[in-house]
Design a protein around this ligand. Structure first.
Ligand code: PEP
Length: 260
């Protein structure tokens, strides 16, 4: 495939944990304390962990001296003020975050988050030097109606409108594969990633060559290697299987063995 350039295959794998609404502060600290020795020699995979808001500051202290990025699962686009229950990008940086997950399907579907809101959130993150993992993906119905590419294009174009691509990672997360135990086949993942890369290349030119595309949806230690074998899969966003340090470390080691 002509667009699979050498540059892409040289991108370092990136594995990010999305803990969703799981773990107390103590559980977060216990996880990190046992996880760090397991991955201390890993240099060829970038790693991020996204605990819930309440655990960010304590996780930030434990991760400070490491190369593991601390990520938030959401952010609000205003800087401060009367926005009860919201957290700003500046507050995330203050807690030690360098990254934020945006547009997760749970936020899109349970909290009606629009592409326009995601776009504003990305701008706020940018202002505060936060990198972004932007999630996109189709529902089962949309896939069955052959609308996968249409949905991806609309989420990408709406979320990335008038935004530079630098510091943004894309996570392709088919909604039907999230937390269901149904993984997309490596070929299905690769097909969607190829579409996303072509789209990014068309919109952003060479800048797109530095953007990694992660796969998310029931990733486990058992399936990570076959997913990472695909030329356009450069990492994973992991939910359920990232809650246990051994299982998350195994996924990182699986990604490390990538044969590209
Ligand atoms: C996710 O939360 O982004 C996710 C992919 O979850 P799971 O790995 O549990 O499917």
């Amino acid at each position: 495939m002509e667009y699979c350039s050498k540059l892409f295959s040289m991108l370092k794998p990136f594995i990010a944990a999305n803990w969703k609404m799981n773990k107390t502060i103590k559980e977060t600290e216990d996880f990190i304390t046992s996880f760090l020795p397991m991955v201390k020699d890993v240099k060829d995979v970038d790693i991020a962990i996204a605990p819930p808001f309440t655990s960010l500051a304590s996780a930030g202290k434990l991760l400070k001296a490491t190369s593991i990025q601390l990520a938030a699962q959401n952010v609000f686009y205003e800087e401060k003020g009367a926005f009860t229950g919201e957290v700003s990008a500046g507050m995330l940086t203050d807690a030690g975050c360098s990254l934020v997950i945006m547009g997760h399907s749970e936020r899109r579907h349970l909290f009606s988050e629009s592409n326009e809101a995601v776009n504003k959130k990305i701008r706020a993150a940018r202002k505060n030097r936060l990198e972004v993992i932007l999630c996109v993906g189709e529902t089962l119905r949309e896939r069955e109606e052959n609308k996968t590419f249409e949905v991806l294009e609309s989420q990408l174009s709406g979320s990335l409108k008038d935004i530079m691509l630098e510091g943004i990672t894309i996570a392709y997360e088919p909604v039907w594969a999230i937390g269901t135990g149904k993984t997309a086949t490596p070929e299905q993942a690769n097909e969607a990633h190829t579409f996303i890369k072509k789209w990014l290349k068309k919109q952003f030119g060479e800048e797109a060559g530095r953007t990694r595309i992660l796969y998310g949806g029931s990733v486990t230690p058992e399936n990570i290697e076959s997913l990472m074998e695909e030329p356009e899969v450069e990492g994973a966003l992991v939910g359920g299987a990232s809650l246990n340090p051994e299982s998350f470390a195994k996924i990182i080691f699986g990604a490390k063995r990538r044969k590209k």
